[in-house]
Ligand binder design. Sequence first.
Ligand code: NAD
Length: 359
Amino acid sequence: MTHKILILAGDGIGPEVMTATNKVVTALSQRFGLQVELEHALMGGAAIDDCGEPLPESTFNLASSADAILLGAVGGPKWEKIDRSLRPERGLLALRSRLDLFCNLRPAVLFGPLAAASTLRPEIVSGLDIMIIRELTGGIYFGEPRGIEELADGTRVGRNTLIYAESEISRIVRLGFEIAGKRAGRLCSVDKANVLEATELWRDIVTDMGAKYPAIELSHMYVDNAAMQLVREPKQFDVIVTTNLFGDILSDLASMLTGSIGMLPSASLDANGKGMFEPVHGSAPDIVGQNLANPLATILSLAMMLRYSLNEPQHADRVEAAVADVVGQGYRTGDIFSDGMQRVGTVEMADAVVAALAA
Ligand code: NAD
């Protein structure tokens, strides 16, 4: 089966890390029989320069019809002064919401040889492999009513609404159980059910659904405790599923346990498993065009695409093993460099991954 992939290289280091990742795609198709058809389109600042809007309709149409989307990064100083509604990041938000990508997957994996890059002690983080699943299109970030209003006495109040429909909770929690089933089989649902009714409903739904997944070891944790436990003993977690707000905070916390932003992939999925895959980092304007960008976050995003959208787990395993291999061999871009290692650029790192792909 031929997979149709839309490539959105974007801005800043986006095109560099995407060129690097394309080499891996080419190697997978030429040497290992992966069947792909690649399309390329403009998005973010590059699209603004071309046609005045960050998400042209032609790009959206290609995104709708693709099996999966791989994105580099968008944004940069050049577009920071333009009207907020036309900024590059708006294109990204619009694409996520128009494609109903409600499930955000943020793995925090620490490759053994990089344990020294974490701010936590190596024995706390080495071998870390957590998947944080964040609800992405609901909750307090979207709930109405919202806003800042002035009261009769001249003082102001700010208001946001935490609201979750049963269906919104069920669909993300179901993915949590399914994904836990493909990993170590442990799911921790994070809420604040002791204080927030919306998350009391969340907990009820998780508990009910747990009965349908007897093979999954289910636990519940309040978000304040989860934050503490992620720093105290992060390896106790396999999969965490949580709301938009809690997931936003906990996924950033967990990702920094691994040390470098240049290593972190992410995925945003719809109800059918179709998704957009992108590195967690931005367009890194300070290093653009210097062959300094670490391409591994994008290459690992490709692996996530192969696993979660394209159902090609052997190719995903192959890419992840190749990344682990090059890190084990001591190849380092500047962001993960330490004494005694071999410093390489974006191009050389991609070439090393391609060379490490094994049958
Ligand atoms: P950033 O992630 O681009 O950079 C933060 C720091 O990390 C910089 O010092 C950068 O050099 C470094 N870095 C990032 N990725 C790296 C990589 N692959 N290899 C080596 N070093 C890397 O965040 P920022 O500076 O806050 O934002 C820059 C621009 O990117 C802004 O316009 C922002 O809006 C945009 N942004 C886009 C996305 C996205 O496209 N999803 C995400 C975050 C930020």
